[in-house]
Ligand binder design. Structure first.
Ligand SMILES: Nc1nc2c(ncn2[C@@H]2O[C@H](COP(=O)(O)OP(=O)(O)O)[C@@H](O)[C@H]2O)c(=O)[nH]1
Ligand SMILES: [Mg+2]
Ligand SMILES: [Zn+2]
Length: 366
């Protein structure tokens, strides 16, 4: 009998180091939590395919990482090979703008079946998911302020498989210590993922937008600035990250989240949007009017870099959100975490990335 024709191995891109290599899982590894390291899998042959599928969920391969041999070892879940290439979602924003709280609130809703939106997600990287649960989800459930981001490896925060309208699409979320954008050599390891981003989520702090405008006005009154009226609230983190996106990123789906909007909950029109319940659905018309209101807030507060995002990206939506629903006191959120509208920017990004999130999907961000 003739041997089956050799099929060329699928070439994949490592989301961490961006190496491209032919997929090969003939020598899988699994994570040993007692020893804290990845070890060769002892048994890889199973007569029952269901058993194989079950144990295989826990397998990894080591990224061959030939283009940057100095970078630390890192591992990819073998589930990579079962799906199309993942959509890499990159969070961008100044330090302490609320990126980590926001992305954790978003992932939490995706994992919990995101009430009414018809989206479901499960973790693809079981070991990373355990770490994520311990470091982020559990504290979030307990109303504890999340620790600041440290990410020396430049690895992803979560790797999920999203199920949406009969389509399965893997998602990889990258959070970042905002400081990493700056004061580092160009193409630094921890921000390399930006080059491979398939969707970008810019995060800005509501209070920062208002305060910096107030400060500019103070300066204008005491006359200490030569050209106070020309002063703009710049966001160098946004500028620098944008420069790292492939081709400037103009074709990437872009959502801008004004987070900590709980601080605007008595301010019109943010108050209305925070209470807005789209019933899990997605309305391109509503998204456009919310975008207009956020844009007006940026404009009124001279947040020029944030406004410019709308013009830079071909498809862009803007949103009022709150990850926690209220302010922190003594490192805890006494009323518990009550995220507001955190899923809206994600749904918009999914729509702009071509996922079938609803009949309006093709119109979002235009
Ligand atoms: N009021 C309010 N505070 C928030 C919210 N999200 C985050 N914070 C606070 O902002 C601080 C910075 O948040 P973090 O997510 O670590 O910001 P990152 O540095 O951009 O990741 C945290 O200590 C929280 O206390 C929110 O939705 N509302
Ligand atoms: Mg952070
Ligand atoms: Zn790699």
């Amino acid at each position: 009998m003739a041997a089956p024709p050799e099929t060329a191995a699928r070439v994949v891109t490592c989301p961490i180091c961006l190496d491209r290599f032919p997929w090969d899982e003939t020598e899988p590894l699994e994570y040993d939590s007692r020893e804290g390291r990845y070890k060769p899998v002892e048994q890889t042959e199973f007569s029952n395919p269901d058993v194989l599928a079950d144990v295989r969920r826990l397998w990894y391969i080591r990224c061959p990482n030939t283009s940057d041999p100095d970078s630390p070892n890192h591992y990819l879940p073998v589930g990579y090979a079962d799906y199309p290439d993942p959509l890499v979602i990159a969070l961008i924003g100044r330090p302490r703008s609320g990126k980590t709280h926001l992305v954790v609130a978003m992932i939490r809703e995706l994992l919990n079946g995101s009430a009414g939106s018809g989206l479901r997600a499960k973790a693809l990287d079981v070991h990373q998911n355990n770490t994520f649960r311990r470091d982020f989800l559990d504290p979030f459930e307990h109303g504890t302020r999340l620790a600041g981001t440290r990410n020396d490896l430049g690895t992803y925060l979560q790797w999920l498989v999203l199920e949406c309208g009969g389509v399965k699409r893997p998602l990889v979320f990258f959070d970042i210590a905002g400081e990493d954008y700056r004061n580092q050599v160009y193409n630094s390891r921890s921000t390399r993922f930006l080059v491979n981003a398939g969707a970008v989520l810019f995060v800005e702090d509501a209070a920062h937008v208002l305060h910096s405008a107030a400060e500019q006005q103070d300066l204008a009154f005491d006359g200490s600035l030569a050209n106070p009226l020309g002063a703009n609230a710049t966001n160098e983190y946004v500028q620098e990250a944008k420069n790292r996106l492939r081709g400037g990123g103009v074709d990437l789906p872009c959502a801008v989240a004004v987070t900590k909007s709980d601080r605007l909950r008595y301010v019109s029109p943010a108050d209305r949007w925070l209470r807005h319940d789209p019933g899990g659905g997605l309305s391109a018309t509503d998204l456009l009017s919310e975008t207009r209101d956020v844009y007006a807030l940026f404009h009124g507060n001279r947040a020029a870099d944030m406004m410019e995002l709308y013009h830079h990206f071909r498809r862009c939506t803007m949103h009022f959100v709150s990850a926690t629903g209220g302010a922190v006191s003594e490192n805890t959120f006494p009323a518990g975490m009550r995220p507001m509208r955190v899923l809206a920017p994600l749904l918009a990004l999914f729509a702009m990335a071509g996922l079938p999130v609803g009949p309006d999907a093709g119109l979002v961000g235009r």
